[in-house]
Design a protein around this ligand. Structure first.
Ligand SMILES: Cc1ncc(COP(=O)(O)O)c(C=O)c1O
Length: 371
């Protein structure tokens, strides 16, 4: 199978497996695991922050960040489609006790700065919650993985800070953004008060995410992690994979993300040339009509088919290719470690055949609709 459902399907590299086997361990709840400590130092250094914390998942990274930044009854300003808003079982409400002010988003993954200015609550009005956090997502998944620039991050931070509010970046694919923009992770992280990133997506680790920020913030996040049951013991076996991923040597997984981006662009170009493949609409592909492959800037390709979507996906599957249903009737394909340029050509061949095979399903559906 060529599995393009997500970059979370990646398996650890041979270098990671070796490092996991050989990892020096300790009880991390006592702060005794040298491998975890080394990973936390490495993540903090890479992002130019004082400290970092290893957590189980991207959702936990966002949750403990919110616990660290917010008090009950406060509110977070965040893009309407983002993971924090839509895909974390309202953990902000259930666990943190806060509300969300969802922002209309642009096709480049940003929200308008004028809208942001207007979104802050009036603390003198007792009817309103108090704004306690601004959160952005980088890369921004629903806009087809657009990377948010350093300038934009700075502009958002400036506004947030002028209101006395911190900026959190959900950077599940933060390194994809840095690589696509050609900037250092440190520069991209600098305006933010906290940055979360996933080890278990494009970086190919089996489990884990990091949160980085000031020492005080990380102390509060560390308490939050224990609250949600995320204090782990000899977890250096997992952190060891993260250290390999973040290393600057030949086994490091950051620079190679450029390969995934090139593969996504090639996939988008090939798909765009096929009859029956369309722009996804919405913020993933704002211009109606053909898929615009130039929007494949990181490792996401989001598109629609002028076919029955489930039938097309089944036809792909029967040819050894997995993609996944995505928001607004779209389909998502994500490139990652283990998917080669040659695989992309196979995917395109499979897609052409799947489109031919499922052409009938549209005709049938439209006939029903016309009636
Ligand atoms: C933007 C974003 N943030 C957070 C997460 C959560 O990561 P996890 O699945 O590790 O909880 C995801 C997962 O897909 C994501 O895409």
């Amino acid at each position: 199978m060529i599995d393009l459902r997500s970059d979370t399907v990646t398996h650890p590299t041979p270098a990671m497996r070796k490092a996991m086997y050989e990892a020096e361990l300790g009880d991390d709840v006592f702060g005794d695991d040298p491998t975890v400590n080394a990973l936390q130092e490495r993540a903090a250094e890479l992002l130019g922050k004082e400290a970092a914390l290893f957590v189980a998942s991207g959702s936990m990274a966002n949750l403990v960040s919110q616990l660290a930044h917010l008090g009950r009854g406060q509110e977070t300003i965040a893009g309407a489609s983002t993971h924090i808003v839509d895909d974390e079982q309202a953990g902000h409400a259930v666990v943190v006790g806060t509300s969300i002010k969802p922002m209309r988003e642009n096709p480049d993954g940003t929200f308008d700065l004028a809208d942001l200015e207007r979104a802050f609550r009036d603390p003198s009005d007792p009817h309103q919650p108090i704004t306690g956090l601004v959160a952005i997502e980088n890369t921004h998944a629903h806009s087809m993985g657009q990377p948010l620039t350093v300038d934009y991050t700075r502009a958002v931070a400036r506004i947030a800070h002028a209101h006395g509010v911190p900026l959190h970046v959900d950077g599940a694919r933060f390194f994809n953004a840095a690589v696509a923009l050609g900037v250092s992770p440190k520069e991209l992280a600098a305006p933010a008060d906290s940055v979360a990133f996933c080890l278990s997506k494009g970086l190919s680790c089996p489990i884990g995410s990091m949160v980085a920020g000031s020492r005080d913030f990380i102390h509060r996040a560390w308490r939050g992690r224990k609250l949600v049951g995320g204090g782990m013991r000899q977890v250096g076996v997992l952190a060891a994979a993260g250290l390999v991923a973040l290393s600057s040597g030949p086994d490091g997984m950051i620079d190679r993300l450029a390969e995934d981006h090139a593969n996504a662009r090639r996939l988008a170009e090939g798909l765009a040339a096929m009859d029956g493949v369309e722009s996804a609409g919405g913020i993933a592909q704002p211009a109606p009509g053909k898929l615009d492959p130039r929007r494949a800037t990181t490792n996401f390709v989001v598109f629609s088919v002028h076919r029955n979507r489930a039938a097309y996906l089944d036809a792909l599957k029967s040819r050894g290719v997995l993609m996944v249903e995505y928001a607004d009737d779209t389909i998502r394909a994500v490139t990652h470690y283990g998917v080669t340029a040659a695989d992309i050509e196979k995917v395109l061949t499979a897609s052409a055949a799947a489109l031919r095979e499922t052409a009938f399903t549209t005709t049938a559906t439209s006939a029903v609709l016309e009636r």
